[in-house]
Design a protein around this ligand. Structure first.
Ligand code: 5AD
Ligand code: SF4
Length: 438
């Protein structure tokens, strides 16, 4: 057992990182260490970091600065940096923060126990080599939620969108063997989990390179058969790889929810091409049409980047018009952020911060109206919700529709983990309010 007894994890970034933190916790707990909610008493603090945009990086460095002070009070405290910034900077983190003790990358988690063991001396320990067998390994996982679980199906990304740092940090696409995935989900079902979200940077290309004939729709069909699991979701999909077979699977499989996150990034073909997205606005609209024809109540969400290099007023207008045309249920919108090593850095005509800010405000305002209108169409309808916890503002229980809308209801806490029918009585931008059907 390690000499380190208690640890505290701070997670930045996406669901992938949230799930990695569950794995880090699982490994350390397996070593006899205890996760503590209080950083002040911890023997080790782990920062699981994100570097998708500069802002996420800044948040990490300011947190790191704050934690340094804890070392003055508790000199035995170890600070570990995990995740994407660890991978990006490696030993470089030490030149900015020499008080860091351990640095390990997203594909080095499985070796974490050795890392902690070997960190007995005073010199920092760096492990960002990447484990080539990581995707074949079963990693102990300590999940935060008791109803919904994330399950990784693949790691890395081969797309090389010109703005994105992920392929450089999370490596080439590697799919987990389907037997391992199915086994993990069966065990989750036995533990009482009801909803599974399959995770990967580009789930639609699941299976590529495995030399097997299980592709993503085939995997979904197998997951759909696992008894006990009631709902299946997946993120993230790339429009280029969204096949007719996947649309058919979404239509046919009762457990696969009617919700899809399909990042478009921009409405302008000129910008899409410069982003290396490999589809046009027309291609995207065609997919939306097919999806809505096959899965009538499907809710669609997307990601938008504003202020990509070279984006002029006309390109931006095209994106706004696209939002009006598609009527997404909601969007995530970001200002383009320069990322080290990415090819968009070298593009001409980078956009001024002020312009990016104004475009972001505008895009969010346009979408807010659309989202509210969409949500209002739910009022008076009956929806099936999976109750998963307490409402954010408290006082009520909260669940999600199959289309992934948050619904707050008056209900007993005993209903956590159960599926209930509710009538929607009102709608806001961020959530709906419902009443349990008698
Ligand atoms: N700048 C802004 N947004 C980015 N994203 C990825 N890289 C960048 C970047 N350099 C956004 C994309 C992606 C989401 C996860 O983050 O919209 O879909
Ligand atoms: Fe997740 Fe991307 Fe951030 Fe890495 S860089 S943590 S993959 S959002």
């Amino acid at each position: 057992m390690s000499s380190m007894k208690s640890f505290h994890i701070i997670t930045f970034g996406c669901q992938m990182n949230e799930h990695d933190s569950e794995r880090i916790t699982g490994i350390l707990e397996g070593q006899g260490c205890i996760s503590t909610p209080d950083p002040v008493n911890a023997d080790m603090i782990i920062l699981n970091t994100c570097s998708i945009r500069e802002k996420a990086e800044q948040k990490f460095y300011s947190e790191l600065g704050r934690l340094r002070k804890l070392k003055d009070v508790n000199p035995g405290l170890k600070i570990a940096v995990a995740g994407c910034i660890a991978q990006q900077e490696g030993a470089g983190i030490l030149s900015r923060a020499p008080y860091v003790d351990i640095v390990f990358g997203p594909s080095d988690i499985a070796r974490l126990s050795n890392t902690v063991e070997r960190k007995s001396g005073s010199s920092p320990f760096i492990d960002t080599a990447g484990d080539p067998e990581y995707h074949r390994k079963r990693i102990p996982t300590s999940r935060v939620d008791k109803v919904k679980a994330w399950v990784s199906i693949m790691y890395g990304c081969d797309n090389f969108c010109t703005y994105c740092v992920v392929p450089y940090l999370r490596g080439r696409e590697r799919s987990r063997p389907h037997e391992n995935i199915l086994q993990e989900i069966k065990e989750l079902a036995q533990k009482g989990y009801k909803e599974i979200t399959l995770l990967g940077q580009n789930v639609n290309s699941y299976g590529k390179g495995l030399g097997r004939d299980v592709d993503f729709p085939a995997l979904l069909r197998m997951v759909n058969e696992i008894s006990g699991i009631e709902r299946v979701r997946f993120v993230t999909s790339h429009p280029r790889d969204l096949s007719d077979d996947l649309i058919a699977a979404m239509r046919e499989l009762p457990k696969v929810c009617e919700a899809l996150h399909l990042p478009i990034q921009s409405g302008s073909d000129r910008i899409l091409s410069s982003m290396n997205r490999k589809y046009s606005q027309k291609d995207y609209l065609e997919i939306v049409k097919k999806l809505r024809r096959s899965v009538p109540d499907i809710s669609l969400t997307t990601d938008i980047i504003v202020g990509f290099p070279g984006e002029n007023e006309e390109d931006f207008e095209i994106t706004l018009n696209l939002l009006e045309e598609v009527q997404f249920d909601s969007i995530f919108a970001f200002k383009y952020s320069k990322r080290p090593g990415t090819s968009a850095l070298k593009l001409a005509n980078h956009i001024r911060e002020q312009v990016k800010e104004a475009r972001l405000t505008q895009v969010l305002a346009v979408q807010k109206t659309i989202t509210l209108e969409k949500n209002k169409t739910y009022v008076g309808t009956k929806q099936e919700i999976l109750i998963d916890g307490f409402s954010k503002r408290g006082g009520k229980m909260s669940g999600r529709t199959r289309s992934n809308k948050v619904v707050n209801v008056e209900a007993s806490a005993d209903l956590i983990g159960s599926v209930s029918d509710v009538t929607i009585i009102s709608a806001g931008v961020n959530s709906l309010t419902g009443m349990i059907c008698a």
